[in-house]
Write a protein that binds this ligand. Structure first.
Ligand code: PLP
Length: 405
């Protein structure tokens, strides 16, 4: 049992994750995907063991149970984000699919030639490429808010204009860890009558996100980065927008009636959930949210701030290290390089000590280009990481330096 909403004890919380008892592992790549607690694994297993069936289709008992569990998961997500209208929560495959859904179902029907979509230079590829594809189809323009070398956005207000129809910004950078001032972006979007989209892939898992207070138009995130299974994510959309939007994918479930020459659409959110959804995964995400609520999102954020500060201070003591980004408001993602050692070599060497860190471009090549590097090393945290693990990391990095001397 968890000692509900007290300060975080990572050594206790680690016991909830089978992987940590099965192998020696310092896992510092939660920005890529988080580890899965037993309760989530068991919830998924229990679905297949006890009531596996399709949803929204049948009247027999197990199908009713599956439908109920699937829709309860949706309610849990709405509550977690402080959203009143449950029909504003669409299950997708993840952040990538959520953003593509907007690009296909809203942008391609509402933008015209020479309209502008505004993003930032610090986006993940999944918040760049869908807009590039849409702009190409429509003849619209993609405008970019640049970042400063400290990893903060540079004067976003300068890049809005009457032509801006949509702005899409990451809440927390997956490279710098910067928590962007999205209140300011959403306010600017309203001023210019533009739609606001928040890529919350790195924020919703790590701190409280109150969508009602933010009042953005769309918000996207992935279940697998917040203790949930892979293959399920969320798109929040304001119901009045979702109602007017065309479907994304066509098929079963998303229709009200089908004739051979025309069809009508189901109510939201199901209008956007064509075919058999990821039922077990959505129910598993519901279990993940229960656990996050029990631990407390504020507590998670506070703990991650402490371990991030400790890591930055420890890393700074290592000769030849360069940490990228230094935003005052940041989360648990730290990106760095060490002089004369390629990040892939670094990741390989620390892997010999059973430490998992990420090396590469982090699906953010425009950031790498501006930093003038081909790749970096990255460590990222969750509440199951301990300060001892950071000491192990630093010792391992020092070993790597010795090896390359
Ligand atoms: N946006 C950000 C900021 C991310 O960090 C990621 C994944 O790392 C994504 C979007 C894409 O998420 P997914 O691959 O789960 O669709």
């Amino acid at each position: 049992m968890i000692n509900s909403k007290s300060s975080i004890d990572p050594n206790e919380l680690r016991k909830l994750f089978p992987i940590f008892s099965k192998r020696s592992l310092v896992y510092l790549d939660s920005a890529a995907t988080s580890q899965k607690p037993e309760i989530v694994i068991n919830t998924v297993k229990n679905f297949y063991d006890e009531y596996n069936s399709n949803v929204h289709r049948s009247i027999y008992d197990i199908s009713q149970e599956a439908t109920e569990a699937y829709e309860i998961a949706r309610e849990k997500i709405a509550k977690f984000l402080n959203i009143d209208k449950v029909n504003s929560i669409i299950f997708t495959k993840g952040t990538t699919e959520s953003i593509n859904l907007i690009a296909y179902s809203w942008v391609r029907h509402n933008l015209q030639k020479d309209d502008e979509i505004l993003i930032t230079e610090m986006e993940h590829h999944s918040n760049i490429v869908p807009w590039q594809l849409a702009c190409k189809d429509i003849g619209a323009k993609l405008k970019i808010i640049p970042f400063e070398m400290d990893g903060t956005l540079s004067n976003p207000e300068k890049y809005f204009s009457k032509k801006t129809k949509l702005v899409s910004v990451t809440h927390q950078s997956n490279v710098f860890g910067t928590i962007n001032d999205i209140d300011k972006i959403i306010t600017l979007a309203k001023k210019y009558n533009a739609i606001s989209v928040i890529d919350a892939a790195q924020s919703v898992p790590h701190f409280p996100v109150d969508v009602k207070a933010l009042d953005c138009d769309f918000l996207a995130f992935s279940g697998h980065k917040m203790l949930g299974p892979t293959g399920v994510g969320v798109l929040y959309g304001k119901p009045e927008l979702l109602e007017k939007m065309n479907p994304f994918l066509g098929g079963g479930e998303m229709i009200r009636s089908v004739k051979l020459n025309e069809s009508t659409w189901n109510d939201i959110p199901w209008k956007f959930e064509a075919g058999t959804p990821n039922i077990a995964q959505a129910i598993g995400l519901g279990a993940a949210i229960d656990l996050l609520n029990q631990i407390g999102m504020k507590e998670i954020h506070n703990y991650e701030k402490k371990i991030t500060d400790y890591t930055i201070n420890s890393l700074r003591e290592i000769d030849g290290i360069k940490i990228y980004g230094n935003a005052p408001n940041r989360g648990g993602v730290i990106t760095f390089n060490i002089d004369n050692i390629h990040s892939h070599d670094l990741a390989q060497i620390v892997n010999n000590d059973k430490i998992a860190i990420r090396a590469g471009h982090h699906c953010a090549q425009p950031i790498m280009n501006k930093l003038n590097v081909s790749s970096t090393a990255r460590v990222s945290f969750y509440f199951y990481n301990t300060f001892d693990e950071i000491d192990l990391l630093c010792n391992s990095l020092k070993k790597a330096i010795k090896l390359f001397q």
